[in-house]
Design a protein around this ligand. Structure first.
Ligand SMILES: [Cu+2]
Length: 159
């Protein structure tokens, strides 16, 4: 009696994990199909990135492969350039608002910015989302991911 209950329970678990795997495969295939369409549209100006998931126009990858980091952590751009962050994993954000964390700083006269609302520093993005900001003021910007601010820090130098 007891052994048949156990057998049934483990069968249910197997079925659940199979269902989960199937749905995540479908999601991934759907995403890859979309990425392939985008790549085809950009044929000729591809940077030849080795990671298929990261869009070609992404400048900084947030949480690459689930790691608590920005890649690259330092980036230099020209005044007037737009920087695009791509969220490779979820549960992260980008904040260059000094009200959100002590490690944040920006040049005098520059406007604070963040992927989250100014009054919700723990608002996060999902995997696959992007965030962009145009830098009009030269200087050094130190930003963080608010939920992981001790390890997720980045610097943008605007020349
Ligand atoms: Cu984070």
């Amino acid at each position: 009696m007891a052994s048949s209950l156990t057998a049934r329970a483990s069968w249910n678990v197997k079925r659940l994990s199979l269902a989960f795997r199937t749905s995540s495969m479908t999601t991934r295939r759907g995403f890859l199909a979309g990425a392939a369409a985008v790549s085809a549209g950009l044929a000729g100006c591809s940077s030849g990135s080795s990671d298929d998931d990261v869009p070609d126009d992404a400048d900084i990858v947030v949480g690459p492969g689930g790691n608590l980091s920005f890649d690259p952590s330092s980036l230099t751009v020209s005044t007037g350039e737009t920087v695009t962050w791509y969220f490779d994993s979820g549960s992260h954000n980008v904040s260059c608002n000094p009200d959100h964390h002590a490690n944040v700083s920006l040049p005098e006269g520059a406007e604070p910015f963040s992927s989250c609302p100014a009054d919700s520093p723990y608002d996060i993005k999902a995997a696959g989302e992007t965030y962009e900001h145009t830098f009009d003021t030269a200087g050094e910007y130190h930003y963080v991911c608010v939920p992981h601010a001790t390890s997720m820090k980045g610097t943008i130098t605007v020349e």
